[in-house]
Design a protein around this ligand. Structure first.
Ligand code: XMP
Length: 211
């Protein structure tokens, strides 16, 4: 089944919790990043934990191994179930994130290629492929790949095999959910749901990809 992951980039704590609660029946996981944590504080994790859905920390961790380790320890101590990290910092630094995640029975995903137009400046020309290979070598649980470029997802799938591919970029960024859902393990959706007049209805509509 392809999962639906809500990207909760909402700045107001009360509204974030309301949206998460109303969408909960239709989603599989919630991704929380800097916008919400820097606005509402790390304790937002406690508010969301009650929903019983896995929480992914999208902090795109990208530092030296020791700092990555400290960041990821704080992520899992806060109650997150998974973390997203960058791979361009090298295998030792990425592996630090994977090790901490696994020590906490959690997951770590490596960004292989990003979804925005500017991503092609650096990720193309073999870089994304190398990052996907690094994710496999580091025993990461999966990669992040762009819903805006399904042909790139297919290419990266050849490298990561059965590992999970989670994909942002549908809706607001232009990716087609049905096309992408056939290629990945999880589709990440933010603005199309949380900016909708009725986020729960929109989440229900997106949840049709879960088959
Ligand atoms: P929207 O509103 O565009 O939100 O549906 C997408 C969410 O996903 C994040 N994002 C990415 N994260 N690699 C990542 O690791 C990417 O290529 C990528 N593209 C978007 C974005 O920050 C937002 O939270």
């Amino acid at each position: 089944m392809t999962e639906l992951i809500l990207s909760l980039d909402v700045l107001d704590r009360k509204r974030a919790v309301q949206i998460a609660e109303s969408c909960a029946p239709f989603i599989d996981e919630i991704k929380v990043g800097y916008p919400l944590v820097l606005s509402a504080g790390l304790s937002i994790v406690e508010d969301l934990a009650g929903l019983g859905l896995p929480l992914i920390a999208d902090f795109k961790v990208a530092d030296i191994p020791n700092t990555n380790r400290l960041i990821c320890e704080a992520v899992f101590a806060a109650g997150f179930d998974a973390v997203i990290a960058h791979g361009f910092v090298g295998a030792d630094a990425a592996r630090a994130c994977v090790e901490v995640a696994h020590n906490h029975s959690g997951a770590a995903y490596i960004v292989a290629e990003m979804s925005h137009p500017g991503a092609t400046e650096f990720f193309h020309g073999g870089v994304a492929e190398s990052l996907a290979e690094l994710a496999v070598a580091c025993r990461a649980d999966g990669i992040i790949a762009p819903a805006t470029r399904p042909e790139r997802i297919a290419r990266l799938r050849e490298i990561v095999g059965e590992k999970a591919i989670y994909s942002p970029g549908v809706g607001a960024q232009g990716g087609d959910p049905d096309t992408v859902a056939r290629l990945v393990d999880g589709v990440i959706v933010g603005r199309s749901i949380y900016e909708a007049e009725d986020p729960a209805a929109e989440a229900e509509r997106f949840s049709r990809i879960r088959r």
